[in-house]
Design a protein around this ligand. Structure first.
Ligand SMILES: [Zn+2]
Length: 340
């Protein structure tokens, strides 16, 4: 059918409606187009209109199906219960939703948890998704291979084993973990360990060690002031401040999980260590541009400490406590860095 029958100008349409001869008036006999044109045009316009209505309805239905499907996907966060303020708690056992003593919460923390409840668990999960933590299982490094056998265990082994457990807990909570070593035996200097944390965009450089000596128990260290190594002075005061906060929060998580049976030696500064006393801070701290904490999980020369950290339940408890502390720090750190 000739396309001009669907003339789009008003004049053309009007002319046809009045039955006037169109441009084809002089067409040869047998060409019925002019006579049937107006009726067919109306019919076709009706068809197009119907088609348009059907497509509009189908489009609307498809849009709502798509929108509902998207919502369904978004509301399936990785198992972190709704209203869970401690993003770890859905994943890390023993620290259930509301069993945290209220007395330990600052007003600001309580407010944060309340607003988190209002936002729902979905956003709690999102809070940590994309966060990076750099885990550093200590040794072998320039100072020590970590391979000395004490009470049937080496520091190298327990550092690595607890780090792997901790990594699993953190990843379950949506945190991205960067390790400073690919294998237990990989040699990495302490400066390189800090540089891995710096370049990975980590919110925390967390170092796992086990001590030796005549004492016992768990101790966490942070750089309270800058030190100097290889002509470099660090860390910055901002890193010191955030490291102090991280040490307090993480150590509290550990204490809740493992003390007792382990003795709690509290949080100390790098200067309380042998190397920190000489340099002003530990080498890893000096080169760290992100908050950093080092935990000496226990003292391997202590028989009871070694027995604790050798066992699966001791390692698991230690890692769980670290995870709870780290996740709490990440949530707090996030708030302090996004606050107006
Ligand atoms: Zn060590």
């Amino acid at each position: 059918m000739p396309t001009e029958d669907y003339g789009t100008t008003k004049a053309h349409t009007a002319r046809k409606d009045k039955g006037l001869q169109g441009p084809r008036a002089s067409a040869p006999i047998g060409d019925l187009t002019p006579r049937w044109g107006p009726a067919l045009a109306r019919q076709r316009r009706l068809h197009w209109l119907l088609l348009l209505v059907v497509l509009t309805i189908l489009g609307t239905v498809a849009f709502f199906i798509y929108k509902n499907a998207s919502l369904a996907v978004v509301s399936l966060p990785g198992g972190i219960p709704s209203g869970n303020p401690g993003p770890a708690t859905g994943q890390v056992p023993k620290r259930a939703n509301n069993d945290e003593p209220a007395g330990q919460l600052s007003p600001r923390e309580a407010q944060r948890q309340q607003s988190s409840k209002e936002r729902g668990g979905h956003e709690s999960a999102m809070l940590l998704t994309g966060k990076v933590v750099c885990l550093d299982p200590g040794h072998p490094s320039e100072n020590n291979s970590g391979r000395t056998l004490q009470n049937g265990v080496t520091e190298l082994e327990v550092n690595w084993d607890v780090a792997l457990r901790l990594r699993a807990y953190l990843e379950q909570a949506g945190v991205r973990v960067v390790m400073t070593k690919r294998t237990m035996d990989e040699y990495v200097t302490n400066r390189e360990r800090a540089e891995i944390a710096n370049t990975s965009g980590a919110a925390l450089f967390y170092r796992i060690h086990a001590d030796t000596g005549t004492h016992s128990g768990v101790t966490s260290y942070y750089p309270a002031q800058p030190g100097q190594k290889d002509g470099v002075r660090g860390p910055s005061s901002a890193v010191s401040d955030s490291s102090s906060l991280a040490a307090e929060i993480i150590h509290a998580g550990i204490v809740e999980a493992v003390c007792p049976p382990l003795r709690n030696n509290g949080v100390r500064t790098d200067r309380a260590t042998y190397i920190g006393r000489r340099q002003g801070a530990l080498t890893g701290s000096i080169f760290s541009q992100v908050p950093t904490v080092l935990t000496e999980m226990c003292v391997l020369s202590s028989k009871t400490d070694a027995e604790f950290i050798k066992g699966e339940s001791g390692q698991s408890s230690m890692a769980r406590g670290m995870a709870n502390g780290i996740l709490q720090f990440l949530a707090r750190h996030d708030e302090s860095t996004t606050a107006p």
